[in-house]
Design a protein around this ligand. Structure first.
Ligand code: 0L1
Ligand code: MG
Length: 254
């Protein structure tokens, strides 16, 4: 099966809301990112636009939940964004889950090998965020290369109020709640010890893969990755994340 075949299968699975089996034989990581590029190109051909990047498996909790051990990255597009406080109709997904994150908004381009201080200097604002993931693979079972090809399970994301980048992100409490009751609690330090490290990795990866024009452009959004395991979504839930000093982001599940 060619990379284009794989990208078309994944896109069809999303459109039909029908999970597919894992790829057999597997593919290597470079081919997996090429499949991801082809996958997202199909959406861009339909008028969608890349607005940023998501990092994945940047916390131990997520690596353990999904049984993988490497960081991955995917593309965020405009059509994936849901407004803070909105109702999300989950019938458009296969088996959606939500996870608590921190988002960065860039004020200037970022690429290559940068320090955490340089990465933070490129940040215009930070916000609490929730990512909705929806693996196109059956039962959320995948290899690292499968999930990369599948745009890292990304399905939608919600960003809360933007806060100044001067806030110290090193150890902020994060309370992820379902129906107002805490489901998972974490510190922002769960993200590689400091969320800025996820941005550093994003800058390096985007350049080394020659993706997104080889840089994170000014105005890009970067999701730093989930700080805890993800929560399965069912209609009727209210999902919220409160991040100390950054505030709250939420959506309801329809
Ligand atoms: O933020 C994350 O670590 C999510 C990675 C997405 C892959 C998945 O769990 O399906
Ligand atoms: Mg995520």
């Amino acid at each position: 099966m060619t990379g284009i075949d794989r990208a078309m299968l994944l896109e069809q699975a999303r459109l039909d809301r029908q999970a597919i089996p894992q790829f057999d034989p597997g593919i290597d990581i470079d081919e997996a990112y090429r499949v991801q590029t082809r996958l997202v190109e199909q959406r861009l051909a339909g008028g969608d636009r890349v607005i940023g990047m998501k990092m994945g498996f940047t916390s131990r909790a997520k690596m353990v939940q999904m049984g993988v051990s490497d960081m991955i990255w995917g593309r965020l597009t405009r059509d994936m964004q849901v407004d803070d406080g909105d109702r999300v109709d989950v019938s458009r997904f296969i088996h959606p889950r939500a996870e608590p994150e921190i988002a960065f908004l860039l004020r200037k381009p970022l690429a290559g090998r940068v320090t955490a201080i340089e990465a933070l200097d490129a940040v215009a604002a930070v916000a609490p965020a929730i990512e909705i993931i929806d693996s196109r693979f059956r039962s959320f079972r995948f290899s690292l290369t499968d999930v990369v090809a599948d745009n890292c399970s990304s399905a939608a994301f919600v960003i809360g109020p933007w806060a100044p980048p001067s806030i110290d992100l090193s150890n902020l409490g994060m309370i992820f709640s379902v129906d107002g009751r805490p489901s998972h609690c974490a510190s922002s330090a769960a993200l590689l010890g400091h969320p800025a490290r996820s941005l550093v990795a994003a800058a390096r990866l985007v350049e080394s893969h020659g993706a997104l024009g080889g840089e994170l452009a000014a105005g890009s959004v970067v999701l730093a990755g989930a700080a805890t395991a993800a929560v399965a979504l069912v209609p009727g839930q209210d999902i919220s994340l409160e991040v100390e000093r950054l505030g709250m982001v939420s959506f309801s599940v329809g």
